[in-house]
Design a protein around this ligand. Structure first.
Ligand SMILES: [Zn+2]
Length: 416
């Protein structure tokens, strides 16, 4: 029985995606997968994301490479049907679920994504019960972003000392939230000397952010005092103001950390952490969920009260990780503190044996190519193509002339 299946993902043309004319990575990957399915290249205006997985909103399709039908997908079945029909052979003996617990994406970001957070499991269940049209599943959505190009993002609240210093620089905030809320943060700063590990400080930051977002939501905001650019934060605020004039998220860099990652660096976004990706092309992996609570920099539905009520208000310097060596030469593993997924990124320069894992794996070729073998089974793979590999499959990779770069997503096997 075949253990390696070729798959085709689904693209999303969200408004923040890169224009087709820029030839974004998402388009190039998707078109390569279309070619493998004997489909013509795609023809969208924008390319934001490609999804690889079994999420019901955009499940991947199994490409029957033995008998492709010109211009048709009628001989293809979904990856979801393939896995649920045989969960033990596809996902392994250790899996606690009957489906892939993760979703792998590539993002091509032209314009900042909405300021958002993702609910923990308890909140996700409550939101799904009360508003199933917006929160479509009762699942949490921790996520990880790994930079493929230079990548800029906002994540988490700034350490209290930086937050307080920004409040003094941007007088708009005090005039919007009022003196008593503003003084709450001032008191917290003076009491702790800028240290953040104090429930009183968290409470003050929560009052500040909530009051700010509510006032903005009522149409009370604006960027009035920024007539010249004096800092990188000014620069981002003005850029946001051009994209979303009058939006409550324009001043968010006052509150949130702004980070720059170089290729290979990653961030992990835990539940109830505010974040917004600003620019770059990235690998993103997450629990199999699409639950997003938005509050700014978006024309979509904003759930300001739910977002402000659920954030953890931890104020921290963001942790940027380059992953660790996986044990396979040329490969690094990015392992988050959740069971749902881990990501491995490999730059193979020579033929390599990839040991089996007790997990169903999605593999995407990001550069070069070669041949992936398991026993008698051989699959050619080149840039953009993707595979689903059954649990327990030992792979021999014959590397092509240009080497090959693979990203693999699987459940987190680090805690087995
Ligand atoms: Zn997110």
């Amino acid at each position: 029985m075949s253990r390696i299946k070729r798959i085709r993902g689904a693209v999303q043309d969200y408004a923040w995606g890169k224009m087709s004319s820029e030839n974004p990575l998402v388009k190039r990957i998707y078109d390569s997968q279309c070619a493998a399915s004997s489909l013509p290249p795609s023809d969208l205006e924008k390319y934001a994301e490609i999804w690889l997985g079994t999420h019901p909103n955009a499940p991947s399709i199994l490409i029957d490479s033995d008998s492709p039908t010109e211009g048709s997908t009628s001989n293809s079945t979904s990856l979801n049907d393939y896995i649920t029909s045989s969960p033990t052979s596809t996902l392994g003996t250790h899996s606690s679920t009957s489906n892939i617990p993760y979703l792998l994406k590539i993002l091509s970001i032209n314009k900042v994504l909405s300021i958002q957070s993702h609910p923990d499991s308890t909140l996700a269940a409550q939101l799904h019960a009360s508003n199933p049209d917006v929160y479509k599943t009762p699942c949490h959505k921790p996520e990880m972003a790994i930079a493929l190009t230079d990548f800029k993002a906002m994540i988490g609240f700034r350490p209290l000392s930086l937050l307080w210093s920004n409040l003094q620089s941007y007088s708009e905030v005090e005039s919007l939230v009022g003196e008593s809320v503003y003084n709450g943060v001032k008191d917290a700063f003076e009491r702790t000397g800028g240290m953040d590990f104090d429930n009183g400080s968290k409470g003050a930051v929560k009052e500040l952010f909530t009051a700010f977002m509510r006032k903005y939501d009522e149409g009370g905001g604006g960027v009035k005092t920024l007539e010249e650019i004096k800092s990188p934060t000014d620069e981002i605020i003005l850029k946001f103001n051009e994209m979303f004039p009058g939006d409550c998220g324009v001043l968010s860099p006052i509150f949130l950390n702004v980070i720059d990652c170089t290729p290979g660096q990653s961030i992990f976004v835990s539940s109830n952490t505010p974040h917004a990706y600003i620019s770059g092309e990235i690998v993103e992996c997450m629990a199999r969920s699409d639950n997003v609570i938005r509050c700014g920099l978006t024309p979509k539905f904003k759930d300001v009260e739910v977002l402000c009520g659920s954030l953890s208000y931890d104020c921290f310097e963001p942790v940027v990780s380059g992953g660790v060596e996986s044990g396979t030469k040329g490969e690094r593993v990015y392992r988050p503190p959740v069971e749902d997924f881990e990501v491995r990124v490999a730059d193979f320069k020579e033929d390599t044996v990839v040991e089996e894992v007790d997990a169903g794996v999605i593999l995407l070729c990001l550069e070069g190519g070669g041949v992936v073998k398991s026993g008698e089974e051989k699959v050619d793979i080149k840039f953009g193509e993707a595979l689903f590999i059954n649990a327990g499959t030992k792979l021999e990779v014959e590397v092509g002339e240009q080497g090959c770069k693979f990203v693999r997503a699987l459940r987190n096997v680090g805690s087995d």
